[in-house]
Design a binder for this molecule. Sequence first.
Ligand code: NAD
Ligand code: UDP
Length: 313
Amino acid sequence: MQTVLVTGGAGFIGSHMCDRLIRDKFRVICMDNLVTGKKENIRHLLGNKNFVYMEHDVTKPICVEEKLDHVLHLASLASPVDYRRHPIKTIKVGTLGTHNAVGLAKSNGAKFLFASTSEVYGDPEVNPQPESYWGNVNPVGIRSCYDESKRCSEALTMAYQRVHGMDTKIVRIFNTYGPRMRVNDGRVVPVFITQALDGRPLTVFGDGKQTRSFCYIDDLIEGMRRFMDTKYDHPVNLGNPSERTVLELADLVLDLTKSESKKVFKPLPEDDPKRRCPDISLANRLLKWKPKTSLRDGLAATIEYFRDPLRKS
Ligand code: NAD
Ligand code: UDP
């Protein structure tokens, strides 16, 4: 049985990854400091003999007494609202945290997978974005704490691969949504769904014509899981290539929730990317992967999750 450390394992993506790894018969050590994660997301795994939860801040030295075969480094502030509120924590987890996580993988001779982001492309001048695009990032803007620390983590990952011959992987995740996102997460999908369910206006930023491409969590997890088993050592985009405007998303949420809510327009946050869409031809070739879940079906499943009154606390 192989042992995997999942940092950020009590978060949205991390907890789904823990579920998948347990299902695939790995021993899973889930590490989180709960800054944005929730114990609730992994409570159902706590009784499993192959699952261990460790509350720990990965920016501090990491000590795990078991031999590790894989380190999946997902810990990070991830929502623009969260990282604007905690810019220093965000930079620390994407620099010191990554250094600690990759160092731990090295000392165990373990494979290292880093959860990067489409934000490394910034406000892209190329659409869709292939992995070969170097990006258009404002290094001193309000999103730079996230974008630049993710870019630094990618550079660190590649340096450890080149200097120490480590088996490393970088996955560039595009906007992913689904059950277990937090109600007050600030990202557009949970925001619109909770506003629609509560009968409050949907807050569309700017004119709503900016685009995103929304990937359902199950599709992302399948892609990441396949990537773990490859020898490929350069970044791979994972996301859904169906590009939508924010206005289209708002209308779809209103339709699916049958909500009477109106849309209100609010100022566009600084440096909000105008377009974002993954070129997934590499993932398609390498992993024989493409997303299967339509936005309508994925949103319907996510809406069901948020209908539970317990999610509001
Ligand atoms: P999330 O906020 O739900 O999960 C992140 C987890 O990391 C949380 O549980 C949080 O408590 C934990 N964490 C943060 N700092 C930590 C620290 N110093 N020590 C230990 N744990 C810490 O967000 P998510 O959407 O699940 O994101 C997971 C990863 O995927 C992040 O690295 C994020 O940057 C990346 N990502 C997500 C998306 C997306 O659309 N969801 C897109 C691109 C990249
Ligand atoms: N957005 C919006 N209203 C909200 C929250 C977000 O219109 O209440 C927009 C935001 O300006 C961006 C898009 O939705 O253009 C996606 O935002 P999110 O915070 O989910 O993630 P991002 O892709 O910007 O990292």
